[in-house]
Design a protein around this ligand. Sequence first.
Ligand SMILES: Cc1ncc(COP(=O)(O)O)c(C=O)c1O
Length: 406
Amino acid sequence: MLEPDLVSMIPLAQRLDRIQEPQTIKMAKLGRELRAQGAPLIDLSLGEPDFRTPDFICEAANAAMAEGRTKYPPVAGIPELRQAICAKLKRDNGLNYLPEETIVSTGAKQALANIILCLINPGDEVIIPTPFWVTYGALVLLAEGTPVYVHCPVAQQFKLTPEQLEAAITPKTKMFIFSSPCNPTGTVYSREELAALAEVFARHPQVVIVSDEIYEYINYAGGHQSIAQFDAVRDRVVVVNGFSKGFAMTGWRLGYLAAPKYMVQACEKLQSQFTSGANVISQYAGVTALTQPLDATHAMTAAFQERRDFVIGRLQQIPRLNVPVPDGAFYAFPDVSAYFGTTTPDGMRIQTDEDVSMYLLNIAHVNTVYGAAFGDDQCIRMSYATGMDNLREALSRMADAFGKLR
Ligand SMILES: Cc1ncc(COP(=O)(O)O)c(C=O)c1O
């Protein structure tokens, strides 16, 4: 009984009470436990490409190590990488940034943490369209800000309308955060849709727009569009991006943002106390990823698209699911709410999205994440970042499982 005594004597900091472990991690843990008990689990809960990091990127890291380029990097990133980020933003997005308007961090997640902690004061409102990536809300709460969730239902393809945005902005609004392509819905905003949102922001110059573009390359709808392209808002957009998804580099922990120089300097100050900068070997690999042709990235995207077509096609054959077609990222986000109120073969009532996910986990041994984790309790998220054999088996088990609900 030593631990409870210790906890009452030395309690944890209260800020931890404001956040929870992401439900994505909770579901991954449940899946691992089931697999350890011998269940033939297919895990569709993960937000990570199943591909290996391309060889030419690994070789660049090996060369950096072999040449002894392993010392502390500058806090904001090695000059070669900040330069490469500017060249990439120009090449892919037509955006002009100077190296001092960029900063390299330990994943896009830290880039987001930096900018939120640098800009949000207690009580500041941050508008987050839902469904949303769980971390946005948690980071705002850590900064003692107030997340303002604006629900964008499946009927509007999970997209925020200019009217909804205008209605959500108050004098306390300091920031807006969204991702396109979106995790968890795969929704991609078109140029026209972003222009319409930018028009609203133009009327509210106190709002910083954080544009999370980490799924940029995994886009089946044509070219990626950044809200930073619009002059009316360009000087208060923070473009967040990283290497995890497009280059299959999740474990390298490398991301970046581009923003007005004073914001970048603030992030650098914070980062100088938190991490002293991102892993330098990863940074050298990142230079190669950004400066070489994108063939490997495009090949991975083509594979994701084939899987998307298969998964969506099969889901659409399952009665009563409402299955929008995602234009990007590697998630399906079907609306399963028509099954609420049904009963499983062993007499359990399905009442919620979580019940659906747990039923699929325990009966079909297919691990998904329930939508409430992302602010939409009508849907479940399925990642198709796994091989076609797994997907075929998973979808056939799911069709069986839904077919047994009465
Ligand atoms: C929308 C979104 N933004 C950011 C991240 C974080 O990426 P990184 O691995 O670069 O920290 C993720 C990872 O799942 C994500 O889905």
